[in-house]
Design a protein. Structure first.
Length: 172
């Protein structure tokens, strides 16, 4: 009984590479570079401009406060010896309060910015996934991969996805 199983396993192991090779010749594989979609797709460019516009006012305000902090710090250092102890402490306290407020606003800005970027990226990925599925069905792909270590350029279908996104009514 064990000889029969061993013979069967040997026969299967010898025939598997040939079967696999013929099946892999029929397998149509593609690759999509997600980073290029985020960088080059019209929807991604539009989203980046939209976010930049939404956050530019807050960013300018943060830059203004940063300059104010720097000016206050330089002024305090320059005049520390000529100020009375009470005036120096008041200026240090004012500087520390402004610094804490600045750091809080900066943290909130980063959190809000990241949240908006994640929202926009999710919408872009959703559109890209729909485009990838349409391309895969139309061109009879068996498998389309994202985020790989290395891929042959002949498998890259990113340009087709970006073109599909460009042509979609959502991108305009």
């Amino acid at each position: 009984m064990n000889k029969k199983i061993a013979t069967l396993l040997l026969a299967l192991s010898v025939s598997l590479p040939a079967t696999y090779a013929s099946a892999s010749d029929l397998l149509k594989v593609g690759y999509v570079n997600t980073q290029r979609i985020f960088r080059d797709a019209p929807a991604a460019v539009k989203a980046a401009k939209k976010i930049e516009q939404e956050f530019s006012k807050r960013d300018q305000e943060l830059q203004r406060v940063a300059k104010q902090l720097q000016s206050m710090q330089e002024n305090l250092e320059k005049n520390a010896l000529t100020l009375s102890e009470a005036d120096r402490r008041n200026k240090e306290k004012e500087l520390n309060e402004l610094s804490r407020d600045f750091q809080r606003k900066q943290r909130e800005f980063r959190e809000d910015l990241n949240l908006r970027q994640n929202e926009e990226n999710a919408a872009i990925i959703d559109k890209a996934n729909r485009a990838i599925k349409q391309i895969a069905e139309a061109e009879k792909f068996d498998l389309i991969l994202q985020d790989v270590v290395w891929v042959s350029p002949r498998l890259d279908v990113t340009d087709k996805v970006i073109k599909a996104l460009s042509e979609s009514k959502d991108a305009k």
